[in-house]
Design a protein around this ligand. Structure first.
Ligand code: F6R
Length: 600
């Protein structure tokens, strides 16, 4: 959600900024812009729409060795050129890009800026005008910048240019992600290391409310009170080739296909040389101490959490609750005496989850983050981290992160069970290896799934996904995948619940996708299918080898019953993919969505 790139060095900054913004496209945006500074002053280019449009607009003849760029996901004000970043102060001296939401922008406007006329509807313009106002008072940019940052409430990552100073990029952050990338005779700033991996793999973390002065050869980190902070860089361990599409038409398809290998990676990473589960002892102890686990997550990660609850309760015998992050802080349940919080987040940056993390840390509770990005905010701020090892996920619709989250949760639950001396009736790693092979069979069945998409979803405006028990959790994910990328209205339901109201929506031809992978509910879910078919529904039954019947449209290879979500989700991901493709939707960048949701 929104992306920032900045460069200061000896090369022309335009291409570095544009390349960086392209790499941040996956985060979701609706307008974009860059500002570069040279002897002639600041040159600003902004567009509504995609980076390709921005590239066409940028004046190639301008050479400038310093600049900032931004992709905007609208929060305050519609997507438009006027509201796109960078924003400038009235005199043009200051130009900024900003991610996040300034909660007190109306108060700041009233208190400090009643005489200023604004051109955009954004909270960001308030920030840049405030800096100018303070500069006019102090005639000192660092002082003005620092004081302005101290007045902001909310979330922000900010990069700023002072038109009279071609030696410094001014940077600060609070809650929103921002990194400094270090190079030889240049430095960069980026919301995500992926944007600037072409330039460097050395990065410096910025802690909330720090001020950073970035020049070609130096980076100075200060606290808000002006004291200097020393910090060592770290190496970003991302393989640049992981973030290329290769021959795939879309990242989503590539990421669906990567799932078998991701499961194998997870097996490798979480197993020692004696084929025993390998987990940090501190995590083992935290799980052992907990009298209740609270899983906090959003969207697809929340759906993975629902599956994880089953593992933790059934295998490790710890009562577990799963909560939607955005609701938890405002409606906190009564907590147990020794809670352990598990945050599940692909990006590790989701603001809703982070606000829960901040709250529960203030209350003194331990937290474990399960994430695909180990250096992310949720990872840094929790006590423990489990890494998904899924490789960068670029498509907005999460696929391989969901299955990786489930696999890691199964390992965590099994490890806890073993540590508690509980007997497991199966060898988890062996079962995960079977899952990985089953996934491979499924990703090879794209033609069949594409045909099913044509048969069931080609013209529909809505669809229902039903399942019971573990299949219900996957039906929620199947519905989310379909609606977010194909815009078909889709809902996931517990098979038995439909008849309590929603069955009223079933009409002649309404697609109902039913999962039947659990023996104990095989007959009852098929009964629910009969109920909707009797009312005209077009039922697509996805069952599992051993439970299949003649009416089934697709049969999954057999895997251990607890692990069925890892395989049953794959045809649902592919149905969503083909439905979006057939409707000419932008598969990797669905409208209104962002990959990294950094505002609450
Ligand atoms: C849907 C999707 C979202 C994310 C959600 C949480 O495909 O990707 O629902 O799962 O925004 O994001 P993370 O996992 O990064 O916290």
């Amino acid at each position: 959600m929104c992306g920032i790139v900045g460069y200061i060095g000896n090369n022309d900054s335009k291409s570095i900024l544009l390349h960086g913004l392209e790499k941040l496209e996956y985060r979701g945006y609706d307008s974009a812009g860059i500002a570069v500074l040279n002897d002639e002053g600041v040159n600003l280019t902004k567009v509504k729409g995609r980076i390709v449009n921005l590239k066409e607009r940028v004046d190639e003849s301008i050479q400038a060795t310093m600049g900032i760029g931004h992709t905007r996901w609208a929060t305050h004000g519609v997507p438009s050129i006027t509201n796109a970043h960078p924003h400038q102060s009235s005199s043009g001296k200051f130009t900024i890009v900003h991610n996040g939401v300034i909660e007190n922008y109306q108060d700041l406007k009233k208190e400090y800026l009643s005489d200023v006329s604004f051109v955009s509807e954004t909270d960001t313009e308030v920030v840049v005008q405030l800096i100018e106002k303070l500069y006019n008072q102090y005639q000192d940019t660092v002082k003005a910048f620092r004081e302005a940052m101290g007045l902001l409430k909310g979330s922000y990552a900010i990069g700023m240019i002072d038109a009279d100073d071609s030696e410094t990029l001014y940077v600060s952050k609070n809650k929103s992600p921002l990194l400094i990338g270090l190079g030889e005779d240049f430095n960069v700033i980026a919301s995500d290391a992926m944007a600037t991996l072409n330039e460097t793999d050395q990065y410096l973390e910025i802690i909330d409310k720090e001020i950073v002065l970035v020049s070609r050869n130096d980076v100075q980190i200060q606290k808000l009170n002006g004291s200097i902070v020393e910090r060592k860089p770290y190496t970003a361990k991302i393989d640049a080739s992981d973030i290329e599409k290769g021959t795939y038409p879309h990242y989503m398809l590539k990421e669906i296909d990567e799932q078998p290998i991701v499961i194998r990676n997870i097996i490798k990473e979480y197993q020692d040389e004696n084929n025993q589960l390998k987990l940090d002892e501190s995590i083992r102890q935290a799980m052992d101490k907990a009298d209740r686990v609270y899983i906090i997550a959003a969207g697809t990660s929340y759906h993975a959490g629902l599956v994880g609850k089953e593992f933790i309760e059934k295998l490790a015998k710890i009562p577990t609750e799963v909560h939607v992050a955005s609701e938890f802080s405002y409606n906190m349940p009564l907590l147990s005496e020794k809670p352990l919080f598990i945050f599940i987040s692909q990006s590790g940056e989701t603001a809703d989850s982070r606000s829960v993390l901040v709250k529960i840390k203030e209350m003194g509770h331990p937290a474990l983050t399960i994430t695909n990005v180990p250096g992310s905010t949720l990872s840094r701020e929790a006590d423990y981290t489990l890494h998904l090892h899924a490789g960068p996920e670029i498509a907005v619709a999460s696929t391989k992160a969901y299955t990786a989250q489930i696999a890691v949760l199964s390992i965590l639950a099994s490890d806890t069970a073993k540590a508690k001396g509980l007997e497991l009736e199966f060898d988890l790693m062996q079962e995960l290896a079977i899952v990985s092979s089953a996934m491979e069979v499924l990703t090879d069945q794209k033609e069949e799934i594409e045909q099913l998409t044509r048969d069931f979803l080609s013209t529909t405006r809505n669809a229902f996904f039903i399942g019971r028990s573990g299949d219900y959790n996957v039906s929620l994910e199947g519905a989310l995948k379909l609606k977010e990328i194909s815009y078909i209205q889709a809902e996931g339901f517990a098979g038995g619940e439909l008849k309590h109201g929603t069955i009223a929506l079933i009409e002649e031809g309404t697609p109902v996708i039913a999962l039947a992978t659990h023996e104990n509910v095989n007959y009852s879910i098929r009964g629910n299918v009969q109920e909707v078919v009797a009312r005209g529904a077009n039922a697509l039954i996805i069952s599992m080898k051993g439970l299949e019947q003649d009416t089934d449209s697709f049969v999954l290879p057999k895997v251990h019953e607890l692990l069925t979500p890892l395989v049953s989700v794959i045809p649902l991901q592919l149905l969503a993919y083909y439905a979006a493709l057939h409707r000419d939707c932008d598969v990797d960048k669905p409208r209104n969505l962002a990959k990294s949701v950094t505002v609450e």
